[in-house]
Write a protein that binds this ligand. Sequence first.
Ligand code: ARG
Length: 466
Amino acid sequence: MADPAAAPTWSGRFSEPVDERVKRYTASIPFDWRLAPFDIRGSLAHAAMLHKCGILSAADLGDIRRGMAEILAEIDNGSFVWNLDDEDVHFNIERALTRKIGDAGKRLHTGRSRNDQVATDLRLWLRDTIDRIQAILRQARLALLDQAEVHAGTVMPGFTHLQAAQPVTFGHHLMAWQEMLKRDAERLADCRRRVNRLPLGAAALAGTSFAIDREFVARELGFEAVCENSLDAVSDRDFAIEFLAAGALIMTHLSRMSEELVLWMTPRFAFIDLPDRFCTGSSIMPQKKNPDVPELMRGKTGRMNGHLVALLTLMKGQPLAYNKDNQEDKEPLFDAADTLVDSLSIFAELVPGIRVNADAMRRAAAEGYATATDLADYLVKRGLPFREAHEAVARAVRLAEARGCDLADLPLADLQAFSNLITEDVFGVLSLEGSLAARDHPGGTAPVQVRAAIARARNELQQSRS
Ligand code: ARG
């Protein structure tokens, strides 16, 4: 090799330079450079611990801190040169450090391996990523609460089988979305507890013969505890799989919401409109305004699910402890994080922009015999067994259908032909507002209940912040 300084750190064991294609195949620097700030944080905590334990001199620690500060600044301002010959982010930074400060740089790796180093970096990165996603999830939930508040009493048809079923309020519908995102936040918080463990100290796989202080490093890096078993510490990636599973559910939820937005925006529904900044036109059809953003969000769910399956498959055949297979964990994770951050932040901005066509929603709710269940309940409250009430109302619906009108438009006498239990007050029950107001219990769609649910959710978001 022309430049001996470019030889890999481990080249002492080898009699010929590594094949060029193999070098490209095995290098992770094209993508793992993203771990750099976390790699440096981990190294600084490790060096501080080595010094505290009498393994590294104060002068060496000072040099390492100075060198790392320079490297971090270079990475930040874009002048740091990543080198494929140095394989990965860990070697790139260690070599740059040694070029800057000499022997102290070579001492940094005492009592450590890239195996516990990369596991630590990944956990630091993921913890930070989860915190960022949590903040955006919170924005998305607040946006939903605001829209739900405005539309706590706006009637729309609720659907089963995509057929108009019973009236609900648009606010109630949005609060259903909010519940999905709330559980997503809970799942991420739960996952974070298992991410937040320190692998460093496991070294290559068995621990190290140096008298290190893992608790000190854990405290320095804000980890809740150390990983208990060195073999597990370097090989475990189930924390990453959990994150991808939680992420796949977030995207699944966004995808379902997107599907509804797309449907509601078609002129057939015309329930909502989205601001132009979230839509695109057609190159050939001048009249088109397409909901590309929700469509793409729905589409990106595919890649999230793919990433989850990729990591599950990556792990399933691995014997303990570290295997190079694990290097393949990063691209799916990075892409998952980007997809989640982008999708959730666009969703949070899109929700306040939803313009509601309350008349179209009301018309659709009034057309679908959506209060038929209310009529059945009315008869049951007057003593008719539910199955008989169901039958009587079904016949009333057929009559209304034949006349092309709603149940509430049938004259009292015609309704009474189906049951003599029906009296004048039935029209209060058959109205959309009557139907909504009747569902007056926690979790129901009565506007008072929707407002109460919004207040509870706001309260909970407030508390989780403090
Ligand atoms: N780039 C490697 C990875 O991402 C770092 C750990 C390498 N360890 C090793 N023994 N080859 O997993």
